[in-house]
Design a protein around this ligand. Structure first.
Ligand code: ADP
Ligand code: MG
Length: 448
């Protein structure tokens, strides 16, 4: 790295030149207030106070967190935490930036803004950027070189983007790696659309199931005049939301960072108590249901689900509290998600990659075949293979009557999996579109 041999150098020497963003942004936030977190990195690099005074708000503003300086990092949404961690590594203007899936929790505008900043840094400051990223459409145009690794971590090739595509495109596709143009954000791109037929799909129009009126379908999630504020006197995170979700319905919850998606999911899952209004799941208040009953009714995978693993091994984790009738399904499910018990069963859940942890968290919820699945950013960190496996498994659950409510920034996922799109902004559901073309993938014959 420059004239510095990393393996031989003092950590402090390396740290002075390199800014690293880890996959889990929350792990990177150390201070009480957002502004202090950004200042912390500058102090470590001995920035003068005067310079810090302008640089901290500037860095916060660049990531869209202007005005958040006094907010504790723990009181931010997942996407806001990722923005804050980014501000922290970008602020000192390091010569080398190492970013591990920096867009995983960012809304599309936030992701586009990040890539604009990276392009500028590269031009103006000749910053070296090392980026791990599944969003190939954004990342490839920025790259001088692409390093592709296979499932075991061995390099497939190191090439310019164009050469990588022309020489190794096929191999990358078989390895389940996202390629630019795999399909566009609208799901109508030129590339392959796994598991999705273009023709009309009859099941989509089945009356009573898809939007033929609430009366005709069985409502499993019933939200009335729901309001929620994280603290007395704080701006409400949820303002008067009304929502019905029917059995077998697939709803995507979309909206910018901080718009209330995760909060709404936590309320529906019974993890938060409404400030006003009501939530009924399967006709009951989820906060009053005994835990075993609730876990059969509702499966939840939250943004930081990885923090909640309880067992020492993957095999035990998936089997926790699982009734024997379902236990048999666990092995097959993990296998389909690319984590066969033979090779993963004995491993610690905490020693998996971020993408594997996500799939394990999903598997533990999916294997229970709950009536309602609440998923917060289910696809982050997933390569194409894991992504497709998840979409197909969700199709099967939905066909069997499970309702899915998924908060996502992954337009591909929303288009492929959802039949209904709930748009959130500032604590409101501002649009509820059930006339989506999407979701047809559910019953198409999958060729993937
Ligand atoms: P989204 O999931 O859409 O990004 P959230 O539901 O996490 O948004 O957040 C909604 C609002 O609530 C945001 O203004 C966010 O800053 C705030 N918020 C989220 N989590 C907390 C928390 N633990 N304490 C206080 N405020 C929070
Ligand atoms: Mg969220």
């Amino acid at each position: 790295m420059g004239d510095l041999e990393v393996s031989a150098a003092e950590p402090a020497e390396v740290a002075a030149r390199v800014g690293i963003l880890f996959q889990d942004p929350a792990s990177q936030l150390v201070m009480d207030r957002a502004a202090d977190d950004v200042a912390f990195g500058l102090e470590n690099r001995a920035w003068p106070l005067e310079a810090m005074r302008t640089r901290v708000p500037e860095a916060l503003g660049a990531v869209g967190l202007g005005g958040f300086g006094r907010r504790p990092g723990t009181r931010l949404s997942g996407g806001e935490q990722q923005r804050l961690a980014l501000a922290g590594v970008e602020a000192p203007e390091p010569a080398v930036l190492v970013l591990d899936e920096p867009t995983a929790n960012l809304d599309p505008a936030g992701a586009a803004a990040l890539f604009e900043r990276l392009a500028k840094l590269r031009e103006a400051r000749r910053t070296t950027i090392v980026l791990v990223e599944h969003r190939a459409d954004l990342a490839w145009p920025l790259a001088d070189l692409v390093l592709a690794l296979d499932g075991t971590g061995s390099p497939i090739a190191l090439e310019t983007p164009a050469r990588m595509l022309s020489r190794h495109g096929k191999r990358l596709a078989t390895e389940g790696i996202w390629l630019p143009g795999d399909w566009s954000a609208t799901g109508t791109g030129k590339g392959a659309q796994p598991g999705r037929a273009d023709g009309p799909v009859a099941r989509q129009a089945e009356p009573g199931l898809w939007g033929a009126g609430a009366a005709a379908r069985s409502v499993v999630v019933d939200v009335r005049h729901l309001r929620y504020a994280y603290a007395r006197g704080a701006e409400p995170a949820i303002r008067d939301v009304e929502l019905e979700i029917g059995a077998g319905e697939r709803a995507a919850l979309v909206g910018p960072n901080g718009s209330g998606k995760s909060t709404l999911l936590r309320l529906v899952g019974g993890l938060l108590r409404p400030s006003a209004g009501s939530v009924l799941v399967g006709g009951a208040d989820p906060r009053r249901l005994p835990a075993p009953l609730l876990s059969r009714l509702v499966g939840m995978v939250f943004q930081d689900a990885e923090l909640g693993f309880l067992a020492d091994t993957v095999g035990e984790e998936i089997a926790l509290g699982l009734d024997p009738a379902r236990a048999a399904g666990a092995a097959g499910l993990l296998e389909r998600l690319g984590m066969p018990l033979e090779s993963f069963g004995e491993r610690s859940p905490y020693r998996l990659s971020g993408g594997e942890q996500r799939r394990l968290a999903l598997a533990t919820a999916l294997v229970r075949r709950p009536r309602v699945l609440l998923l917060d950013e289910p696809t982050f960190g997933q390569d194409r293979r894991g992504w497709e496996a998840l979409a197909t498994i969700l199709d099967e659950l939905v066909e069997a009557g499970t309702a899915v409510l998924a908060a996502t920034h992954d337009e591909r996922f929303a288009t492929r999996v959802a039949s209904r799109r709930l748009q959130m902004a500032d604590g409101w559901v501002i649009a509820d579109d059930s006339a989506l073309a999407g979701g047809s993938g559910a019953f198409a014959t999958a060729d993937a």
